[in-house]
Ligand binder design. Structure first.
Ligand code: GTP
Ligand code: MG
Length: 377
């Protein structure tokens, strides 16, 4: 049964999370770490505020929710296609960066307006599908930590995992890790068997290894697409992209651009002149300059939005990564963000989140009798 987060409930009731938390505590309910309330709790809170609860058509909603946990019932009538978000993963030196470099260079050259986002760890690239250029977004996650951190926070940002395996090296520890991450997140996998140009390359052996861990190649009657490439020589990269876009098409990726934005922080830092800077990936809705956002313990009015290698934009739609300026402090990668109606609401929610995190840290301390640096970070 699908629950509702306190954040969501607060948003729907247009009140602060703090108030709802207070009510729950007064009823002896201590929400769990992920703050998901079941239907009964939601009903109880709504009853307290004399708000009627309307059950959405569960089948239709669950179907959509499975595809994109970020969608609400209200979005169902206004869904439009959105570009896929892709992450390249794999063992050290198997060729992830070379592959991304090749995709960015060759495909960027082919697109007008240099369809690429630079320096924000996420790239919009135009790739040809049926002779037409279509946008897709590559997340440049250095290692799997970022992916893992986001997953730990329940964020599912990636639509497809492209796992690179070197044909002269085969499955290695980080290959397994990447596969485990993708499986745990329920993300479809496309395998890029790389370095087929090398002496000692043995793509068949890689396919054998992969089938032995349950990833059966499509060519052998299984359901995992595998494309043999040379990232260095640029061989079969078009095949790989076509395959990826086909998998994306089957996912029927949708979002509702006609609503307040929500999504996930993919990286953040402090810029000497700009102050806190965060890269958001929009997962639903459209983010506009002047919107008030709350993300984790940070909040603020969006002063400026930067896309495509520093290009200033007034608004951005679903799947597109964007650099945001105007936040009170630096959020954490994996934090969710959402547009709210006013700075007051944003401040209250950010404070409620900070309090909750503080409580979690205290109870973590009580739990094992010591405080580690990371639990205070
Ligand atoms: P990390 O970021 O360290 O995890 O590595 P990576 O997966 O990004 O690998 P990277 O792209 O840096 O490539 C590692 C080495 O393999 C480099 O020397 C590349 O030139 C080489 N390489 C990558 N792809 C190919 C290929 O298709 N063929 C050959 N022969 N070499 C390749
Ligand atoms: Mg690399």
């Amino acid at each position: 049964e699908k629950g509702m987060s306190i954040e969501e409930l607060a948003y729907n009731l247009t009140m602060g999370e703090g108030e709802i938390l207070g009510l729950l505590f007064s009823k002896g309910i201590k929400p769990d770490g992920v703050q998901t309330l079941d239907k009964e709790m939601v009903k109880m809170v709504c009853k307290e505020y004399e708000v009627e609860v309307i059950d959405a058509d569960p089948v239709k909603f669950e179907e959509m929710a499975k595809k994109n946990e970020i969608l609400d019932e209200d979005d169902l009538d206004k869904l439009q296609d959105r570009p896929p978000v892709l992450t390249i993963m794999g063992h050290v030196d198997h060729g992830k960066t070379t592959l991304l470099d090749h995709i960015r260079k060759s495909k960027v050259a082919a697109s007008e307006a240099g369809g690429i986002t630079q320096g924000i760890g996420a790239y919009k690239v135009m790739v040809p599908v049926d002779g037409k250029l279509q946008p897709c977004v590559f997340l440049d996650t250095p290692g799997h930590e970022a992916f893992g951190a986001m997953r730990a926070r329940g964020a599912r940002v990636t639509d497809i995992a492209i796992i690179v395996v070197a044909a002269d090296d085969g499955i290695r520890p980080q290959t397994n890790e990447a596969i485990a991450h993708a499986k745990a997140a329920g993300v479809p996998i496309v395998i890029a068997i790389n370095k087929i140009d090398k002496d000692g390359a043995n793509p068949e052996r890689v396919m054998q290894e992969l089938s032995s861990i349950g990833l059966m190649p499509e060519d052998w009657g299984g359901d995992v697409p595998m494309v043999q490439i040379s990232a260095l020589k640029g061989e079969n990269i078009d095949d790989l992209l076509e395959t990826v876009m086909l998998v994306a098409e089957l996912q029927e990726l949708k979002a509702n651009p006609d609503r307040n934005a929500k999504g996930t922080v993919i990286e953040a830092g402090l810029d000497k002149s700009k102050g806190p800077v965060a890269t958001f990936i929009i997962q639903n809705g459209t983010l506009k300059r002047g919107d008030v956002v709350v993300c984790g313990e940070a909040f603020g009015k969006v002063r400026a939005l930067f896309e495509d290698g520093g290009k200033r934009v007034d608004q951005v739609g679903p799947s597109i990564p964007v650099q945001v300026i105007g936040l009170s402090n630096v959020p954490i990668a994996g934090d969710e963000f959402e547009v709210v109606a006013s700075l007051d609401i944003a401040r209250e929610r950010a404070e409620a989140r900070a309090e909750l995190l503080w409580d979690e840290r205290i109870s973590a301390k009580a739990g094992d009798g010591k405080v580690t640096l990371s639990s205070l970070a």
